[in-house]
Design a protein around this ligand. Structure first.
Ligand code: NAD
Length: 338
């Protein structure tokens, strides 16, 4: 079975591709290797994937905004399953660089939808985010909440993806599943995210910026749990329902679904930082700052819907996840800078 994974040089794309290759799938990976963060990290991820199985992993350096090049991949390889992870991620970056969010997350995503429709793809899975919920105070966050008050452009583009996907599911019977990931972390993680930034700064004796005076809490979700969730959803293809069901924002008669993937546990930011310090055996120098525009104070997922669909629940404790990340970080950067 041929699977297309976009954003395969990214954090989640890399781990998912690894799992697919280990389970003997043929994977076509697409990534434009942009310089939003260290390109070498992306290249190393691709190198690692090629080492796992050269015969089953095919990488294309392509921008999903380029319809023609993207179409060639669909045509040549008879793609039937697509997992779209390529996106301009990051909440804060969207305040200063809005254009990229429109071109990749909207135009690029539209290209994916068009090609999935034209090549009769059997299931399109795409990344959404917990940010679509905005700052709803009613926790845990459930898929049937309306999610119509995004706090920044990143969230607005991701919520738009869900709406665009619904229209294609409805009009063209394209089965689509949107996955709202909750703060993903782990080895090979993203340098723009808290765990990576804090670890890096503590090691270099630099101050760490702690927004909202440390009063944030997050539903941190370990990368292996996210990958397992995507992997299981992959064969859970939404079907058109003939009977009129009760509509909610995440379900309709169209072959369309939305699920949260989170750990369903809230960890406050200061506990998270203490765990990093414990693993590094070093205290951080803290720079407390006020809440940043567009930041969400607290997240917590309800994952009952996912459990009902695929009998799976994320379970990795953040202390285990942080330990694994720091072991990877010290090994990866230790080797590199020796
Ligand atoms: N990591 C998280 O906590 C998190 C949370 C919620 C949602 N998400 C979503 O999950 C997906 C994967 O996130 P990630 O953490 O792996 O981010 P990432 O930035 O590591 O991965 C995204 C990859 O997409 C590639 N890319 C970006 N624009 C592209 C384009 N126009 N054409 C081709 N490739 C392009 C990048 O080079 C990158 O390698 C994203 O859609 C992100 O919005 C992530």
């Amino acid at each position: 079975m041929s699977i297309l994974v976009t954003g395969s040089a990214g954090f989640i794309g890399y781990h998912l591709t690894k799992k697919l290759l280990k389970n003997n799938f043929k994977v076509y990976g697409i990534d434009n290797l942009n310089s939003y963060y260290d390109v070498n990290l992306k290249k190393d991820r691709i190198r690692d994937l090629k080492n796992i199985n050269k015969k089953k992993f095919f990488f294309y350096k392509i921008d999903i905004e380029n319809f023609k090049k993207l179409e060639k991949v669909f045509k040549k390889n008879r793609i039937k399953f697509v997992i779209n992870l390529a996106a301009q991620a990051g909440v804060r970056y969207s305040l200063s660089n809005p254009e990229k969010y429109i071109s990749t997350n909207l135009v690029g995503f539209f290209n994916i939808l068009q090609l999935c429709k034209n090549y009769k793809v059997k299931h399109l899975i795409y990344a959404s985010t917990s940010s679509v919920y905005g700052d709803i105070h009613k926790l845990p966050l459930k898929e049937n909440f309306s999610a119509v008050h995004p706090l920044q452009l990143y969230a607005a583009t991701k919520r738009s993806n869900e709406l665009l996907a619904h229209s294609y599911s409805n009009l063209f019977n394209l089965p689509t599943t949107g996955l709202r990931f909750f703060t993903v972390y782990g080895p090979w993680g993203r340098p723009d995210m808290a765990l990576f930034k804090f670890t890096n700064s503590i090691i270099q004796n630099k101050k760490i910026d702690i927004f909202n005076f440390g009063k944030h809490s997050r539903d941190f979700t370990y990368i292996d749990d996210i990958v397992e969730g995507i992997y299981r959803i992959f064969t859970k293809i939404p079907k058109r329902k003939n009977k009129l069901i009760k509509y909610d924002p995440s379900e309709s008669n169209a072959p369309f679904a939305i699920y949260n993937i989170g750990n369903s546990n809230r960890v406050d930011l200061m506990s998270y930082i203490r765990e990093i310090e414990k693993n590094l055996k070093k205290k951080s120098k803290k720079n407390f700052m006020r809440l940043q525009p567009g930041d969400i104070k607290n997240t917590l997922s309800s994952t009952k819907k996912l459990y009902k669909a695929v009998s799976y629940k994320s379970s990795t404790n953040y202390k285990v996840g942080i330990k694994n990340f720091i072991n990877w970080y010290l090994d990866y950067y230790g080797k590199k800078f020796k």
